[in-house]
Design a protein around this ligand. Structure first.
Ligand code: NAD
Ligand code: UDP
Length: 312
């Protein structure tokens, strides 16, 4: 396989650090571009030993210029408490980040990949969600900076493709978890595991009957690579996620059982606009990429629990 130069924005984050490792393992040069808003040096410190790996501290709200054959645009805080910390910056990160990645791709005729999200479906009225569903999204709520930023980024990707023939790839990622998540990330899998391991109360938001579908990070990264390796006629969007659907109470029960924790459940207010249900229709990923997730939730949780035992 010939060596490529791969630029990964958000490369010091949870998913980005797995993608950096995968790209280095395939023999590529990797440029990790990150402003460390939620990313961490510890996610990439091991990778720094590889001479083909370089790290640039930069905010994608501002333009940047490096040679790249492929650009993966992952820069954006993904956890609700973090993307709501500076909502204006979250929105700018999505929109300007998309424009800067697309402009760079045009300069080198590179492939450019957008990490979009199941949040483009909002609080969905169609279940499970296929790519053809346009979504049910509040434009003015506390999640809108993220949801509408990601929707705007998809629009830019498609318009660059139609107007300039830019070589784009869009994935819509459904809730993904695994090692390298930050213990202070604030999303449900890391919260429950950290709380269970520390013997703290497990915080259920609302009545815990809302559902999510959880994909293990290795499965997701495999899907990224398959999509990036398709021909230019395949642009996406393609859903990537694990269709196994669980309530938050079911997730809490699994985490308590797998950790052997005696933590108690406590019920907190449900945040505004929290989607009631979410499950990917992955028919397209199967047909176009021959992809399906391999790692069931309990197996993925065991790997993630082992990681957090060392982290905390
Ligand atoms: P993360 O917060 O761990 O990683 C995001 C990375 O982007 C961090 O390293 C952060 O420092 C960096 N970043 C944020 N703003 C930046 C900016 N302005 N300039 C440069 N770097 C910036 O989150 P993650 O879970 O690894 O998510 C990665 C991508 O995948 C995000 O785009 C996210 O929206 C998308 N996604 C993730 C999930 C999921 O379940 N993990 C689901 C849907 C979409
Ligand atoms: N959630 C919860 N307890 C927590 C964190 C999250 O019950 O400590 C709920 C949250 O309200 C949502 C679901 O778990 O219904 C998934 O939340 P997360 O922030 O992981 O992702 P998203 O809502 O963006 O899918």
């Amino acid at each position: 396989m010939s060596e490529k130069t791969v630029l990964i924005t958000g490369g010091a984050g949870f998913i980005g650090s797995h993608l950096c490792r995968r790209m280095l393992n395939e023999g590529n040069r990797v440029i990790c571009l990150d402003n460390f808003f939620t990313g961490r040096e510890s996610n990439i410190s091991e990778l720094r030993k590889n001479p083909k790996f370089s790290v640039i501290n930069h905010d994608v709200e501002l333009p940047y210029s490096f040679y790249a054959d492929e650009i993966f645009n992952l820069a954006c805080p993904a956890s609700p408490p973090h993307y709501q910390r500076n909502p204006v910056s979250t929105y700018k990160t999505s929109i300007f980040g998309a424009i800067h990645a697309l402009d760079l791709a045009n300069k080198w005729n590179a492939k450019v990949f957008q990490a979009s999200t199941s949040e483009v479906y909002g609080d969905p009225l169609v279940h499970p969600q296929p790519e053809t569903y346009w979504g049910h999204v509040n434009t003015i709520g506390i999640r809108s900076c993220y949801d509408e930023g990601k929707r705007g980024a998809e629009t830019l990707f498609m318009d660059y493709h139609r107007q300039f023939n830019t070589r784009i790839k869009i994935v819509r990622i459904f809730n993904t978890y695994g090692p390298m998540m930050n213990k202070n990330d604030g999303r449900v899998v890391s919260n429950f595991i950290v709380q269970a391991l520390r013997g703290e109360d497990i915080t259920i938001y609302g009545n815990g009957q809302q559902t999510r579908s959880f994909c293990y990070v290795d499965d997701l990264v495999e899907g990224f690579c398959r999509l990036m390796n398709t021909g230019d006629d395949i642009t996406g969007p393609v859903n990537l996620g694990n269709p196994g659907e669980f309530t938050m109470l079911e997730l809490a029960e699994k985490v308590l059982r797998l950790t052997g924790s005696k933590s108690k459940l406590v019920f907190k207010d449900l945040p505004q606009d929290d989607p009631k249900q979410r499950k990917p229709d992955i028919t397209k990923a199967g047909e176009v990429l021959g992809w399906q997730p391999r790692i069931p939730l309990e197996e993925g949780l065991k790997h993630t629990i082992e990681y957090f035992k060392k982290e905390i």
